[in-house]
Design a protein around this ligand. Structure first.
Ligand code: GAP
Length: 516
């Protein structure tokens, strides 16, 4: 098994063991691709959401927030294109009775060619040592060239079938390349069918004439259909944005990689309405602004990359993803799209209401263009969690599991620990905790040795531990232990409070964002 897979398994186990993420309905054997956030997970998640919300709505005069309902009029999903086109091509294996995404099966096959090429390169690099010229090897080695030729052939055929929506050819590719079901090992496949990812339910009793409604697959449409309400009641002038955080639901066929692909998840979306013709300028602005927001967390600049889309949706004129290096490779965390005036125009058409902006400078009305920034809360959580986790070797056979969360988003900001459970130390510790808890998420712990308690706080990523000992009773000073360096300093409670205010407040993170 690859080492990274082991690391990911350890991280998932840690997330469960320390109250961050639980499988949903676990005592009933779980519900696939649905997860619950535990006592520490919910704090981390809320802090991530606050960081996004405040960066959007407090640092931009022209961005306001809304909270629209999950249920919306079903025609909205017809107008947005989700009823007709929010599909994945699925295929079933008749022996294992398992369902797969046909495109994912083929993409996995393409990845096998890449693996073969990489293996050849790695072998040669070992053989030739320092004199190895990788570029030259890739261009000339007959085996590499043959793998590359087969890969490109498959890739071209696959892209053509996907673009043409040719389901019969997708099946034929699976048969021609002898792709087997990973479980049954057989090639006993059904035809490929389109599968709509929206969850459908009914609203109202049947006697009244029930109406089919959908659980929203994105929060964005709640913003589009409220464009007029917000623009008029907020007297907003272009350019302006509407931000929203909320649940979204997709009946994903292939749900894997823990909370990376879920059936119920949360999005943080912002639609920025601009004058037609200015959208690409704003697209560049948001591309950079969003990357700065990510990098500001200090998880490591090299962990991010843009993936610009070559093939654009028919309504988009620019699109990029911000990808983060997860333990299973670079993966999309956020999408930034220039969506033209597609959505608002569609809603104009389907609702029959005029959705336009009167531009006083141009003295004309038009349907605004839109730049969308859309980030998954759960994927953001996963990227923070994975990159902050460390099984740290402390020498002499000692090690600790530590989460190096950026202090302002850590679930618990400080722990107050009496050195021993007697001599009035617990009472003094409680007094200090009660003073700090108005400003900081603060835990009190008196069980086990102080070393064990430090480890417990490291494992949930608490940036500071405050230890109360006998000297505290004499002169009021405490020991402040910092999580990453494990350094300890003797300070007064006033000094501790000052350090905490500087280091763990969300404001410090937001201020850095403006300075950068
Ligand atoms: N309104 C645009 C939109 O929804 P998307 O690329 O489909 O675009 C945006 O989704 C973000 O939502 C993704 O970048 C990802 O972070 C998150 N996301 C999408 N599907 C998800 C899923 N099944 N589980 C978890 N997060 C998901």
């Amino acid at each position: 098994m690859a080492k990274q897979e082991d690391v990911f398994k350890t991280i998932i186990a840690h997330a469960k063991e320390y109250g961050f993420v639980f499988q949903s309905s676990e005592i009933y054997d779980g519900l696939s691709a649905v997860y619950d956030y535990g006592q520490n997970g919910v704090e981390l998640k809320n802090n991530i959401k606050r960081y996004w919300w405040e960066a959007m709505t407090m640092l931009h005069d022209n961005i306001v927030g809304i909270d629209s309902a999950i249920f919306m009029h079903p025609t909205i999903w017809k107008a947005s294109g989700h009823v007709d086109a929010f599909n994945d091509p699925l295929i079933d294996n008749k022996d294992s009775k398992k369902r797969y995404r046909a495109d994912v099966l083929i993409e996995d096959e393409i990845a096998k060619f890449d693996e073969k090429i990489n293996k050849e390169v790695a072998k040669a690099a070992k053989r030739f040592g320092e004199s190895f010229d990788e570029a030259m090897f890739r261009q000339t080695n007959p085996r590499v060239l043959e793998h590359q030729r087969k890969r490109d052939e498959l890739h071209t055929r696959f892209s053509e079938a996907m673009n043409a929506n040719d389901l019969a050819d997708l099946k034929q590719i699976i048969l021609d390349y002898e792709i087997v079901d990973p479980i049954s090992g057989t090639r006993n496949w059904t035809d490929v069918r389109q599968f709509n990812l929206m969850f459908k339910t009914e609203m109202g009793s049947t006697a009244d004439g029930a109406m089919d409604v959908y659980l929203r697959p994105e929060t964005a449409q709640g913003i589009f259909v409220n464009y007029l309400n917000v623009q008029k009641t907020g007297r907003m002038r272009l350019p302006f944005g509407i931000a929203q955080i909320g649940k979204a639901f997709r009946n994903e066929i292939v749900a894997r990689q823990f909370i990376f692909r879920m059936r119920e998840f949360e999005q943080m979306e912002m639609q920025f309405f601009v004058r037609p013709g200015e959208e690409l300028k704003w697209f560049d602005f948001w591309r950079q602004t969003r990357l700065s927001w990510h990098k500001n967390l200090g998880l490591g600049d090299t962990k991010y990359r843009f993936h610009d889309h070559e093939k654009l949706a028919h309504y988009a004129n620019a699109a990029t993803d911000i990808e983060f290096e997860m333990p299973f490779g670079f993966k999309e965390v956020e999408g930034i799209h220039s969506r033209t005036n597609f959505d608002l125009s569609q809603h104009e058409k389907f609702s029959g209401k005029k959705i336009q902006y009167f531009d006083p400078e141009l003295n004309e009305s038009y349907v605004p263009y839109v730049i969308e920034t859309s980030i998954g809360v759960d994927r953001m959580f996963l990227s923070v969690f994975c990159s902050c986790y460390e099984d740290q070797d402390l020498g002499n056979g000692d090690h600790r599991a530590v989460l190096h969360f950026p202090a302002p988003i850590a679930p618990v900001k400080c722990a107050v620990l009496p050195l021993v459970k007697k001599d009035g130390l617990p009472e003094k510790a409680r007094e200090i905790q009660h003073r700090l808890r108005f400003d900081f998420t603060c835990q009190y712990d008196e069980k086990d040795s102080i070393g064990k308690r430090y480890r417990r706080q490291d494992a949930i990523g608490t940036p500071y531990c405050i230890t109360i000992d006998h000297q505290t009773l004499e002169d009021g000073t405490v020991t402040l232990r910092e999580r990453d360096s494990m350094e300890q300093k003797r300070l007064s409670v006033d000094e501790v409070e000052k350090i905490l205010s500087e280091k763990v407040s969300l404001n410090s993170l937001l201020k850095q964002l403006v300075v950068k």
